[in-house]
Design a protein around this ligand. Structure first.
Ligand code: SF4
Ligand code: SF4
Length: 317
């Protein structure tokens, strides 16, 4: 169905005020990021992980606020975005970039969006979370036809209470993996950011724990730092291994990725040894989970994309 036809269907159920707001919303204008269209179901996250940069993007580490549009309104906004292509082989969607989508104050909005996406979009949809997802909610998500790629973040076992002091504990995340797996979804462990001297050392344990609770894969990624993140981390750990991997000190407000190719290789090997399928890019994991070649691949394929190695050559690109 065309964007126009899908918009018309949503206009039948949305109030005129929300239609007006959705057309002006940033979801209706933004270009996709490398991981796809990032969906904001809310703003802010109280977990305040020490390596997180949302505070420097203008979001707070306090009580999160649900997004002002409903899940249906966000779906409608996307359909107004000229860069967005609906459907399983359309644009990739990622939820969870500037908030924790399953925080009790945001979960309603997240589920609303998933249901709206199931009814009107059907795009490959990925979320990342550290929150508890119970059996009921896992079953509800698994019952949707929407291809969902759940990522559950674990970057440390030993230092979780230090680096993520306000986030849900390890047992909660493992139970989330188990519930999603038992419901029929294919959860993956999100090992991002790899914190030098921590995540690389613990990767095997992380992989084994995740696999034994039902994870089928892992998405890995390097650390990005700002001055403020370095300051916070320096209070609880030796940041020497991080600083040595930076080409220079970040300027105020600047985010810099550390050099981490060797770390990624090591973490990848350890996670594979634990029996997980490992992805360097979240977008590839999302498309692989949906078993599809998304619009980004067909229209503007990245040189380093390995989807064809995973899925076999597409018949038409
Ligand atoms: S849970 Fe995610 S969004 Fe929230 S503070 Fe931690 S890293 Fe940031
Ligand atoms: S072409 Fe491949 S690597 Fe590039 S954004 Fe799409 S899925 Fe990701």
């Amino acid at each position: 169905m065309s964007n126009e036809a899908l918009r018309a269907k949503l206009e039948e159920i949305l109030a005129p005020k929300e239609i007006f707001r959705a057309r002006r919303d940033h979801h209706a204008r933004r270009r996709p990021r490398p991981c796809g269209f990032t969906i904001h179901v809310g703003y802010g996250c109280p977990h305040a992980c020490l390596y997180c940069y949302i505070d420097e993007m203008g979001f707070s580490f306090s009580r999160p606020e649900p997004y002002p549009l409903s899940g249906y309104g966000i779906a409608y906004a996307l359909l107004n975005n000229r860069h967005f292509i609906p459907g399983r082989d359309g644009s990739l969607i990622a939820i969870g970039s500037v908030s924790e989508p399953f925080h009790p104050l945001l979960v309603k909005r997240t589920v609303e969006f998933l249901e709206a996406a199931d009814r009107f979009l059907r795009n490959p949809t990925q979320f990342s979370t550290k929150q508890f997802i119970d059996e009921g909610l896992a079953g509800r998500m698994a019952s949707l036809k929407l291809p969902i790629n759940p990522l559950i973040t674990i970057v440390t076992v030993e230092k979780l209470g230090v680096l993520e002091p306000r986030a849900p504990p390890l047992e909660v995340r493992l139970k989330t993996i188990e519930n999603l797996s038992n419901a029929g979804l294919k959860p993956m462990v999100f090992v991002r950011p790899i914190i030098p001297g921590v995540t690389d050392v613990e990767a095997r344990v992380i992989g084994e724990l995740a696999a034994s609770h039902g994870a089928v894969g892992a998405v890995i990624g390097t650390l990005r730092v700002t001055r403020r993140i370095i300051e916070r981390l320096s209070k609880v750990m030796d940041v020497g291994p991080i600083l040595r991997r930076l080409k220079r000190t970040p300027r105020p407000g600047e985010q810099l990725a550390i050099r981490g190719a060797d770390l990624k290789t090591r973490v990848r090997e350890e996670l594979e040894q634990a029996g997980l399928k490992v992805f360097d890019q979240a977008c590839v994991a999302n498309a692989y989970n949906a078993q599809t070649y998304p619009a980004c691949y067909r229209m503007n394929r990245c040189r380093n994309c390995i989807l064809d190695k995973l899925l076999g050559k597409p018949t038409e690109t």
